[in-house]
Design a protein around this ligand. Structure first.
Ligand code: SAH
Length: 202
């Protein structure tokens, strides 16, 4: 059964990789534009790099070699692991959908680093209408899908370990940067949205 889960993971993984490649290419074109603020901390860059390793390199090693086989989840938990694996498929589908929608709704304002363009606009529609960080929410869903689909103590939780500090360190800085740029407009926006869990109350 774990082979089926690996195949599901590969389908999601490739979809996410293609999406990210297209968006990065578009963002690189945007780098020629005037930037009014950029935050490049060594810690942020290191953690981002490690997240790249944990969500791409480690799964590839796990899927293509037998190096991590000693750390597979125990087979005597076969039934719960099978349920968990099947749950991983819709979770991964939601992650890819949310990643795609957040890139579309953020448009040219997206960048892997924290930065503000001269023509920056505040995205408040689409998936940004209920949550302020849908892209990070998509990464949390990816973390969960990886845990459920890659049934191994190294490959499964790898992204959880590296993305948690990225999220905890980045989000407050990003919100501070947005407040400095958009002032009351962003403060009002914060009141009607959740960070990664949608807020539906008015
Ligand atoms: N935290 C957001 C965006 C991640 S991309 C999310 O999870 O969806 C990071 C860049 O997005 C930052 O450099 C910032 O300039 C920009 N950004 C974040 N929220 C924004 C918003 N509501 N409108 C416009 N740009 C935003």
């Amino acid at each position: 059964m774990t082979d089926v889960f690996k195949i599901i993971f590969v389908i999601g993984f490739i979809s996410g990789a293609v999406l990210r490649r297209v968006c990065l290419r578009r963002a690189h074109a945007g780098y020629k534009e005037e930037i009014t603020y950029v935050r490049k901390s060594a810690l942020d860059l290191t953690l981002l790099g490690l997240t790249g390793v944990s969500m791409q390199i480690i799964p590839i090693i796990y899927l293509c070699t037998n190096w991590f086989d000693f750390a597979d989840y125990p087979l005597d938990m076969a039934t719960p692991l099978t349920y968990a694996g099947w749950l991983g498929a819709p979770v991964f589908a939601c992650a890819i959908w949310l990643l795609w929608r957040s890139h579309v709704d953020l448009g040219r304002n997206w960048s892997p680093l924290l930065r503000i363009r001269k023509e920056h606009t505040l995205a408040v529609n689409g998936v940004y209408s209920r949550i302020r960080h849908p892209m990070y929410a998509a990464h949390w869903l990816w973390v969960l899908a990886q845990l459920l689909l890659l049934q191994n103590w190294i490959a499964g939780p790898a992204m959880l370990i590296t993305f948690l500090p990225v999220y905890l360190l980045r989000t407050p800085h990003e919100e501070q940067m947005m407040i400095e740029t958009f002032g009351d407009e962003y403060k009002e926006y914060m009141k009607r949205t959740g960070r990664i869990i949608p807020r539906f109350s008015s």
